[in-house]
Design a protein around this ligand. Structure first.
Ligand code: SAH
Length: 247
């Protein structure tokens, strides 16, 4: 029975790909994905047929993968991080649901950018957090702003995926302004670029100053809550042990 695997390959390092994901790739006749990510797994699966495409080609890729599966081939579509978090699993399953295809699917989880960045920054996510993508390609800007406002007001530690693109550089400035209505200018902000990949850069700045740090589409921004502090190279969001114990 042919199968469609939706595989998260983690942040980039082959050491952070789950063995279950590697097995799914090995079982596949064809592996499909955005070219940046197929490059990352080429070493692992040299003998497989790999089809790379542009980052915005996700609908075409989903349709093509489904066609292959209906022809009897087993296909893996890869996403960076987790396939179910701003990844390819969404469009594929929506498309299958819309057309009522009977296809055997397996989603293999991956380590999402938020986990990877968190581990490099210390313990920023030790209390309640949320993630917001600043990409307005599929979500209207007003909805994004509404969610930033809610996150700020609720004092959630906030991970911002897709903070900037070559075309979209203003929304991150608006996000900062909104956060500053509720949080101090010295609230720690972690900026991680290319986590666990070549060119990794990790910085801890503040809500006041973090826009000085270069960001691109391989960067994630982590804004601390009102209790987050910096200790050496760590960003610490307290779990509130001190309410109960003396440390
Ligand atoms: N499915 C992916 C997210 C895809 S959206 C996941 O679960 O991680 C793409 C965004 O993810 C990027 O703009 C960036 O904000 C973030 N991202 C993905 N990989 C990253 C990495 N290695 N380092 C830092 N940010 C990363």
């Amino acid at each position: 029975m042919p199968k469609l695997y939706l595989v998260g390959i983690g942040p980039g390092s082959t050491e952070l790909i789950a063995p279950m994901a590697v097995r799914a790739l090995e079982n596949s006749d064809i592996i499909m994905g955005y070219e940046k990510y197929t490059e990352l797994i080429e070493k692992l699966v040299r003998s497989r047929s790999i089809e790379s495409g542009p980052v915005t080609g996700e609908l075409e890729r989903a349709k093509k993968a489904i066609e292959y599966v209906l022809e009897g081939k087993t296909v893996a579509i890869i996403s960076s991080g987790d396939s179910g978090i701003y990844g390819m699993a969404g469009i594929v399953i929506e498309f299958i649901a819309a057309h009522h295809y009977d296809i055997d699917i397996q989603i293999v989880p991956g380590i999402t950018a938020l986990n990877s960045a968190g581990s490099l920054l210390g313990v920023p996510f030790m209390n309640d957090f949320c993630s917001i993508s600043l990409s307005d390609r599929l979500t209207p800007e007003n909805d994004i702003i509404k969610r930033i406002e809610a996150a700020a007001k609720g004092d959630f530690v906030t991970a911002l995926y897709n903070p900037v693109s070559s075309r979209r550089t203003e929304l991150i400035k608006k996000a900062r302004e909104i956060m500053l209505k509720y949080r101090d200018t010295d609230t720690p902000v972690g900026i991680v670029r290319n986590a666990y990949r070549d060119g990794q850069e990790v910085s801890i700045s503040t809500l006041g100053n973090f826009l000085d740090i270069p960001m691109d589409m391989f960067t994630i921004v982590i804004i601390g809550n009102s209790g987050t502090y910096k200790y050496g190279k760590y960003m610490i969001t307290p779990r509130n042990y001190t309410n109960k114990y003396e440390l």
